[in-house]
Design a protein around this ligand. Structure first.
Ligand code: ADP
Ligand code: MG
Ligand code: ZN
Length: 480
């Protein structure tokens, strides 16, 4: 990147909603079904059919609008965007033009050590198009209409991002919010989130925006990052060579790692938007809008900040938990018991528990491990009843069986020995058996202390309290 220039990015993000049925008909909304099986006259665009709006789509859109701090336009309407292409048998897409469901919001994201506020211009609901499958075998195109009529929300940001990294974080944050709200699978690899990336560059310090170029068809986080870097570099090169930039639309080719020109501004299409005559305008009840707002869960960025500020977790740990709904739900449930502190808990959630869930390719919520047993076990570590080593043994059991940690500790004799006379006997025998190490210590090589405490731990079969061993060992040597 040439540092004479600043990058300006705005994203248009499409997300498929995970409603049971499509937006204007009763066909199933599912990914991966056999081609052209979830179809009917409505979503195939046959003449004479009429759309019926799926209320869940409006509800999901409002949820997302609230999460993005938008104004909800209760009096809303739908419009036709007219164009002729094989992916849309009606020859128009039913979308929203001048009155989007939600508008004028923002999303705070965490980039590096900074909180950045990204403006949300609008969010509207619309239908997805059919999927075109280009078949090289016969040089033609196959059409799968299952995707036709799948509900989408389109979220348009202000040109408020200033780097590829920021755009990537913005998209990741949007994705996590969709998952927290439970309104989209948000699987980029299945195309449930797709982004159009708008990029311009301007000399550092300039107040004016440069000429915007839109790159379509970006469908992965790395794709968004690479598409922005590629396009910014292309624009800078043109400018540095004394050339001129034009407003145009380009297509991202992820495999090739570059974009190609699709169309320039001159041949931009005129979609001749007009109000959808087959759907009446309607007013969304205020109560519904308010209820959906009240139901809004705590969102990932707020969670990250809370974990850092109230629980004292590091930025990395806080974010790793908050960005995974599965981890966060479990962590919060444990914290809610009030039985253990956040530090050790986060270590277990991010360490052993995640390891086991990964090994078994399942969610933490699917493990037999209960919140109660885990917090009881952590409390036993915290009040020094068991050592970390003994806790591993307890964990191996409670991760599969609903047994009380205290019972396991008793049955297996795992309790840490903190009785000083029992520990003193061990310290004395270790001192007697390690004359050389003791002399080394007295001669100033104090790092042999670790070895000596290790010997004590070994004799106590891991059950001695290491901090007490250390203290008693120093005292014993110094008094000898
Ligand atoms: P269109 O429908 O033609 O793509 P929109 O106004 O719907 O136009 O979308 C514009 C998108 O481009 C928004 O995400 C906006 O933030 C972004 N944008 C606008 N101007 C610029 C600019 N100069 N540089 C980068 N992005 C821009
Ligand atoms: Mg666009
Ligand atoms: Zn249908």
């Amino acid at each position: 990147m040439n540092n004479k220039y600043e990058i300006v990015v705005g994203l248009e993000v499409h997300a498929e909603l995970s409603t049971k049925t499509k937006i204007f008909c009763g066909c199933k909304n599912e990914f991966g079904a056999e081609v052209n099986t979830n179809v009917c006259p409505v979503c195939m665009g046959l003449p004479g059919t009429l759309p019926v709006l799926n209320e869940k789509v409006v509800e999901y859109g409002i949820r997302m609008g609230h999460a993005l701090n938008c104004t909800i336009n209760r009096a809303t309407k739908h419009d036709r965007k007219n164009y002729f292409y094989a992916d849309l048998p009606k020859a128009y897409q039913t979308t929203q033009d001048d009155v989007p469901l939600c508008a004028n919001g923002y999303l705070d994201i965490l980039v590096g050590d900074e909180t950045r506020r990204i403006g949300i211009t609008r969010l509207h609901i619309e239908e997805d198009t059919a999927k075109l499958i280009h078949a090289d075998e016969f040089g033609g195109t196959l059409i799968d209409f299952n995707r036709c009529g799948v509900p989408l929300i389109e979220i348009v940001s202000e040109p408020d991002m200033r780097s590829a990294e920021e755009a990537k974080v913005y998209l990741e944050t949007l994705r996590t919010i969709l998952l927290y709200l439970g309104i989209s699978d948000a699987k980029m690899q299945e195309g449930s989130i797709r982004a159009d990336v708008n990029v311009s560059v301007r000399p550092v310090g300039s107040k004016e925006y440069g000429v915007r170029v839109e790159t379509k068809n970006v469908s992965s986080f790395s794709g968004v990052y690479n598409a922005i870097v590629y396009e910014a570099n292309r624009q800078i090169e043109v400018l540095e060579n004394g050339g001129e930039l034009f407003q145009e639309t380009r297509r991202w080719d992820d495999a090739a790692g570059k974009n190609v020109l699709m169309r320039s501004k001159e041949d931009a299409q005129d979609y001749r938007y007009f109000p959808e005559p087959d759907l009446l305008g309607y007013v969304i009840p205020e109560e519904l809008v308010e209820n959906l707002k009240a139901e809004l869960p705590e969102l990932p960025v707020q969670k990250t900040l809370r974990y850092m500020n109230e629980c004292g977790l590091s930025r990395a740990d806080a974010e790793t938990i908050a960005l995974s709904k599965d981890k966060a739900v479990f962590f919060d449930a444990c914290m809610a018991t009030g039985k253990c502190g956040p530090k050790l808990l986060s270590n277990w959630v991010l360490g052993e528990i995640t390891r086991v869930a990964n090994e078994r390719r399942c969610e933490i919520s699917e493990l037999p491990l209960t919140v109660e047993n885990l917090v009881d076990m952590i409390a036993l570590i915290e009040n020094k009843t068991i050592s970390n080593a003994a806790a591993k043994t307890v964990f191996e059991i409670i991760v599969d069986k609903d047994e009380k940690p205290a019972d396991i500790v008793k049955a297996k004799g795992l309790a840490q020995i903190s009785d000083s006379s029992a520990l003193q006997t061990i310290v004395d025998s270790v001192i007697a058996a390690n004359e050389k190490a003791i002399n080394d210590y007295k001669g100033g090589r104090t790092n042999v202390l670790g070895f000596l405490v290790g010997q004590c731990m070994k004799q106590s079969k891991g059950q001695g309290n290491p901090a007490m061993f250390k203290e008693m060992m120093i005292a014993a040597i110094e008094n000898s």
